[in-house]
Structures are given as C-alpha cells and as structure tokens.
Design a protein. Structure first.
Length: 186
C-alpha cells in the first residue's frame, strides 16, 4: 500500500497563460491560421487542444477546425495493456488533413511513444503539409527521437515521479501536479 505526495506546480491561471503563449507560437509558426487543424490526443490532450483552439480563434478572429486522435490501436505496448484495450473514437475534421498544418496536442511529452503512435495514425488518414507537436508539459526522458515543437512548460521530474495534468472534465479542476509514490511506514 502506498501514499502519494502531490506537489501542485501549475494553477489554472498558469495553464491558461501557457496555452495563450502556445497558441501565439502555433499561429506564428504556421504564418497565420489558414490551413491549420488542431487535434488532441486522447485523453487529456483533447481538453488541452480545445483550450488551444479557443485561444487561437480568440486571437485570430477566425474558426479553426479540430479533431481528436485515439492511439489505442497504434500503441507499441498493447500486450502490456491486456487483451482488450479500451478504444475510443478518433475524429477527423470535416475538411480532412491533406495539405494542412496539423497541430497534434498532448498533455505531457515523456518517452515519445504516444507521439509516435499519433503520428502513425495521422499518417494513415492522409498527408499533412506539416505536423506540429504541441504539449503542455515536457518532462524529458525521451526513448525515441521525437521532440515537441511547442511547449507550455518544461519540468525536471525525478525517477519515480509522475506528471498529472488535471482537466475539469476528468478531475474537477485545471492544473498540473507532480506526484511521487511513497511507501507507507518508510
């Protein structure tokens, strides 16, 4: 049995400020919003993508198509998850992704495996002009040479620690915590 130590590292206002910076960087890298598509990676990347899309639309005054990516069947560790992975639905924008700048949004970048799976799925859907990987938190520790283009915040996280991005839809609040498992009685 373990108890968990939790350190609050980003409040709701911190997250919203980071998303506002990220939105401006995405628009700048794309040279505007034309041809832009924002796609969140399930689970919490979808909520961060929605915040990002809303901020981009507020800044630009235009609409930005969006969608979501469920990488369940593209994971390289399906045998670890078990015989019946929970598969959600991916949603492609009506406009498609061919010749568009697809902004893949995730909550945390760590090993690079989630991003690789999302890139594989997007590649099966079409041929984007460009893909920008956008993450709220980059915690380092890559196992694959995949690095985010746009980062809300970089965190140094020790072995045994985990970054939890909290979103109202799943957690009742918006923020970021670092959690470490600690043995009881230690």
């Amino acid at each position: 049995m373990t108890a968990r130590n939790r350190v609050h590292v980003m409040s709701e206002s911190d997250v919203l400020r980071a998303v506002a910076r990220m939105a401006r960087e995405v628009v700048e890298r794309n040279g505007g919003t034309e041809g832009l598509v924002v796609m969140g990676i399930h689970r919490r990347g979808v909520q961060i993508a929605e915040l990002l899309r809303e901020e981009i639309e507020q800044v630009s005054g235009g609409e930005v198509p969006s969608g979501s990516v469920d990488i369940s069947l593209y994971r390289d560790d399906l045998e670890v998850i078990g015989p019946r992975p929970i598969v959600g639905g991916s949603e492609l924008p009506a406009e498609g992704i061919d010749e568009r700048c697809v902004v893949l949004v995730d909550d945390v970048a760590y090993t690079g495996r989630t991003s690789k799976a999302a890139l594989n799925e997007v590649g099966d859907w079409g041929r984007p002009r460009r893909v920008l990987l956008c993450v709220l938190i980059d915690r380092g520790g890559r196992e694959l040479p995949i690095h985010p283009d746009v980062v809300g915040r970089r965190l140094e996280v020790l072995e045994g620690q985990r970054v939890e991005v909290l979103v109202p839809e799943h957690d009742g609040r918006l923020g970021v915590d670092v959690v470490q498992a600690v043995e009881k009685g230690a």
